[in-house]
Design a protein around this ligand. Structure first.
Ligand code: FE2
Length: 426
């Protein structure tokens, strides 16, 4: 017979990986796109600045020197300043005492607002090349100051210019920046497309290994639980039935998936400690003596020790240990009271007692549904958490109808279908 959980199917990893890669690509693209754009803008600004300073140098220091030696006239110096115009809309040449000698403008000077002229006037004539960058209608504008030197490296004058980037250069630089962003994003996309099949393959291998491990754990759970169920019951249906009752009640109450996993494993193994109790006591038709009952009660401690030996089964320890605790504190082994009893154990106690009352055992006949529920109602608040029992009453009839009379195979297949979403990772 196939294991209960052998048929659990793996979900496609491909869609998950593709979704996660897309999720990673979108924000990464945004961040990298912004970073590349910023880098390119800085690069462009540096290029503009270099061009501006280089253009300034087109006024040969020697020309000013020759003017001082009276080898050139002021008209010649105007000509030297005009050579710099182009992307410069204004060029001023000063002598060594910072007195203006010439000031040349080109036709784009009319575009320069008054405040920029005022700003340019405030830029000091410094002895080292310097610049100030200003924004003029979002167009890059630079005010440059370049000292002019003679052959002896003495400063003999200054050149101050207003440089406004041309339309052609602006368009070319924008194209360069957009191109760089497109290349960066495209490279990222290609990398992800190449990595995608590799990641899917690795993820599938990993998922297959995980499923094998999980399947092994679930088979162990089934075998271990059924070993005990066979001993004190005609069949091992009790484990499947009580697990389904508990699961349905937990889903009705909206327990977390973590709690439901604990509950399922705990329900299946709740009486695993009975392997340590002799048949004489376990199957005794009459009332147990005090000593026999003491031994019988030890099954919760034995069960806890058994499940604690497996990291995966240990999650169910709270149900195994506390499923005989009672809400009023009169249960065992610890006499826990009320909400001190773990919610999974409180819930399981309802399912376990209901199934014990309504099913056949070697030593008793089953009760009908109404009689069983009436007995439990009388024990609500003493044995059972009253809130939990109220939830159970709301669904008891429906789940008993679905599960109470089901065959062993029906119970198995129903449990298979019901628990897979809690144990199989997407
Ligand atoms: Fe028990």
């Amino acid at each position: 017979m196939k294991s209960l959980f052998t048929a659990l199917a793996a979900r496609s990893a491909t869609r998950t990986v593709a979704g996660r890669l897309a999720l990673a690509w979108l924000p990464l693209s945004f961040v990298i796109g912004v970073a590349v754009w910023h880098y390119e803008t800085e690069r462009v600004e540096a290029r503009v600045l270099n061009d501006a300073v280089a253009d300034s140098r087109r006024v040969k220091d020697a020309e000013l020197d020759r003017y001082y030696r009276h080898q050139l006239t002021l008209v010649d110096l105007h000509g030297a300043a005009r050579k710099v115009l182009g992307d410069f809309v204004s060029v001023e040449i000063y002598d060594g005492n910072k007195a203006e000698l010439v000031h040349e403008l080109n036709e784009r000077a009319v575009l320069v607002p008054t405040e920029l002229w005022r700003r340019a006037e405030t830029v000091p004539l410094s002895d080292r090349p310097s610049y100030e960058q200003v924004s003029l209608n979002d167009r890059m504008t630079i005010i440059t100051v370049v000292p002019l030197e003679n052959e002896s490296k003495d400063i003999i004058g200054y050149l101050k210019g207003i440089y406004i980037i041309s339309d052609d250069m602006l368009a070319e630089m924008r194209e360069d920046s957009i191109g760089a962003v497109v290349v960066a994003l495209g490279s990222m996309l290609v990398t992800m497309l190449v990595a995608f099949p590799i990641i899917v393959l690795l993820q599938r291998r990993d998922a297959a290994q995980t499923r094998l491990l999980l399947q092994g754990n679930l088979e162990l759970l089934e075998v271990l639980g059924n070993v005990v169920a066979h001993r004190d019951s005609d069949t091992d249906s009790h484990n499947y039935r009580v697990t389904l009752y508990a699961l349905r009640l937990a889903e009705h109450m909206g327990l977390t998936e973590d709690s439901i996993r604990i509950l399922v494993v705990g329900a299946f193994l709740h009486d695993v400690g009975k392997v340590g109790v002799s048949d004489t006591i376990l199957l005794k038709p009459g009332k147990l003596t005090e000593e026999e009952f003491r031994i019988m009660k030890s099954h919760v401690a034995i069960g806890e020790q058994i499940v604690q030996r497996s990291g995966w089964l240990a999650q169910a320890a709270c149900v195994v240990k506390c499923h005989h605790e009672k809400f009023d504190g009169t249960g065992y082994p610890c006499g826990l009271e009320g909400k001190d009893i773990p919610v999974e154990a409180r819930l399981f106690a309802v399912a376990d007692v209901f199934d014990a009352l309504t099913s056949r055992r070697p030593y008793k006949e089953p009760l009908v549904f109404d009689a069983a529920l009436e007995i439990m109602r009388r024990n609500s608040g003493s044995h059972f958490d009253p809130d939990m029992f109220a939830h159970f009453q709301a669904v008891a009839s429906r789940i008993y109808h679905d599960i109470g009379q089901a065959s062993y195979e029906e119970l198995r297949s129903t449990l298979l279908a019901s628990v897979q979403r809690y144990f199989i990772a997407p």
